[in-house]
Design a protein around this ligand. Sequence first.
Ligand code: 13P
Length: 253
Amino acid sequence: MRRFFIAGNWKMNKTGAEAVELAKALKDKVDGIDKVDIAICPPFTALVSTSEIIKNSNVQLGAQNVYWEDQGAFTGEISVPMLINAGCQYVIIGHSERRQFFGETNQTVGKKLQKVLDSTLNPIFCVGETLNERQSGITEKIVQQQITEALNGIPKENVSRITIAYEPVWAIGTGVTATPEQAQDVHAFIRNLLTDLYDSKAASEIRIQYGGSMNAANAEELLKKPDIDGGLIGGAALKADSFAEIIKTANSL
Ligand code: 13P
């Protein structure tokens, strides 16, 4: 049985003090919840301070990006050892905003995945089609390409440590959520693809989160679908109340 995994991607929001306040409020609201894995992914500048707040709680820490070298002349980048040292257990890789605005490709995403899987960090690997791609009927082709190219060379022993986040680009930050059926269809497609690339055991262990305008009102119908194992939440994770509601919904299913 896969445990639900609800993660909050704070994106480029919250100063240090604001991040500490949100982490504190969330920690109190989800205290005692034990059937759901919970993570917050604040900006780099708030990792250390929030890690102090959630230490010894059921809330874990993730970063939003990482580079594949350990150290050196890579101005502006952050490495895997730095994230581990800051208290992270997870890192988001290949978010559509990084692909769209910062030139990430399936190849760079693959290099980051390899690097992270060689460490104790666990990746949240994002895939998803644009509106134009969905309307052209090539959603599955795009998602298949994103997954096969990025997982190229990643061995079976490591693959179940990956969480895949299916985030249709047209649903991110738009208030337009994929219907539970649309999401389930792509999640099932991804799981079948993982069976082909690895085997049914690995495919059944990998968690696949949905992301894209998920909120307290629509979480239940999405999370009830058999291949939806959690959520990667943007806007609704910026308020302790709405994020805790989603976590409680998952805990009740
Ligand atoms: P929203 O929940 O704001 O649509 O963002 C989703 C997302 O991109 C999470 O990574």
